[in-house]
Each structure stands twice: as C-alpha cells, then as structure tokens.
Write a protein that binds this ligand. Structure first.
Ligand SMILES: *[C@@H]1O[C@H](CO)[C@@H](O)[C@H](O)[C@H]1NC(C)=O
Ligand SMILES: *[C@@H]1O[C@H](CO)[C@@H](O)[C@H](O)[C@H]1NC(C)=O
Ligand SMILES: *[C@@H]1O[C@H](CO)[C@@H](O)[C@H](O)[C@H]1NC(C)=O
Length: 173
C-alpha cells in the first residue's frame, strides 16, 4: 500500500510539473507569425440559383513557425471573408482552412483558389461593390493546457461591380 502511494505521488508530481511548465510556456510565449494575405484576382461574380456567388484567388504567405514549441500538438488555420450587407450586419464565410501538424510545414506560400466546399454567397444579392475583410485565424491545440487563438485582419477589399466569370471557375458552380 505504501509503495503504491509513493508511486502515485511521483506520477502526480511529474504531471504537476508538466502542467506548470505548460502554463509557464503559455504565459511567457506569445506567438507572432508573419502573415501576408492578398486577393490575387477576382474570378467571377454571378447571379445563380437566386443568390450572388463570388470567386477569387488569394495569395497567402505566412510563417507559422513561432506557433510551434514543445507543447504544440497542431495548429488549425483558416481564412474568413467578412462583409456587411443591407440584410445582415455580419456575413462570414470560411474560404480556406488547413491543419498544420509539423513545424516543417509551417511556412506557406501558396495561391489559394476557391473551390468546393468553400464558396461565398449572398442571398440578398448585394455583393456588387461591397467591401470586405479577410481574416487569417489560427488556433493552437496544445498537448497540455488550453487552446489559444488569435487572428490578423486584412481589410479594404471590394467585390467587383458587375457580373462576369473567368474560365478558371469549374463548371457546375
Ligand atoms: C473589417 O475589420 C475591421 C477591423 O477589425 C473592422 O473594424 C471592420 O468593421 C471590418 N469590416 C467588415 C466589413 O467586416
Ligand atoms: C511565393 O510564391 C510566389 C508566387 O508563386 C512567388 O512569386 C514567390 O517567389 C514565392 N516567394 C517565396 C519566398 O518563395
Ligand atoms: C459599382 O461601382 C462602379 C464604380 O463606382 C459603378 O460604375 C457600378 O455601376 C457599380 N455597380 C453596381 C452594381 O452598383
């Protein structure tokens, strides 16, 4: 009985030390990833199935290396487009997401195209000339402790003012 108790004490002490270290890392460590996100091209704005649909291509350049340390299990990153219309004060659509598991994959420099399942639509038919934001959000899932999240906002973008469609949009959209 005594030995079992001692073992248990050692184990829970070790756990307490790990948790304290995790708390300390969270406390002292503020990740500061570099993020550059742009709209590279607008590829279409159509009225289809009674709603507005918009397509665009984005260029994302980021280094998420600072999100990774011993207590990081993975990082979930996503891009949201946000705009205001007469019908809704806040319209949000996730336009891209990725789970980054390893530090070696933390540098991203990619051209991102809209594609299934991501789309940007407005049933109120008011995307023409509407300004919007792109937010780059990240959440880190730790091995021990609480999830953390933060974001960068890129503002001042504007949907096109007329209907058009480039050939890069797949059929059926
Ligand atoms: C864009 O982001 C800025 C800063 O967060 C915010 O003040 C503004 O309301 C946003 N605009 C839209 C249309 O979401
Ligand atoms: C990032 O990608 C763009 C477009 O593909 C390319 O022009 C640029 O050289 C790349 N930059 C780096 C640092 O790899
Ligand atoms: C969008 O803005 C442009 C430039 O101000 C204008 O010529 C065009 O008519 C607008 N489109 C709509 C649908 O209001």
């Amino acid at each position: 009985m005594y030995r079992l108790n001692a073992l248990f004490t050692v184990a829970s002490t070790a756990l307490a030390v790990i948790c304290a270290a995790a708390a300390l890392t969270d406390w002292t460590f503020t990740p500061d990833p570099s993020v550059d996100l742009k709209v590279k091209s607008y590829d279409g704005l159509q009225r289809e199935a009674g709603e507005h649909r918009a397509w665009m291509t984005m260029q994302l350049k980021t280094d998420l290396g600072s999100l990774f340390h011993w207590n990081t299990k993975q990082a979930f990153v996503y891009i949201t487009a946000e705009f205001e219309t007469p019908r809704n004060k806040v319209n949000q659509a996730v336009v891209w997401s990725r789970i980054v598991q390893h530090q070696k994959d933390a540098k991203i420099n990619e051209t991102l195209r809209f594609g299934y399942p991501y789309q940007l639509t407005d049933p109120g038919l008011s995307l023409h000339n509407t300004t919007f934001n792109l937010t780059f959000d990240w959440e880190t899932v730790p091995l021990v402790g609480a999830m953390r999240r933060d974001k960068r906002v890129f503002s001042g973008m504007k949907f096109p003012g007329e209907y058009f469609r480039t050939r890069s949009i797949p059929k059926g959209w």
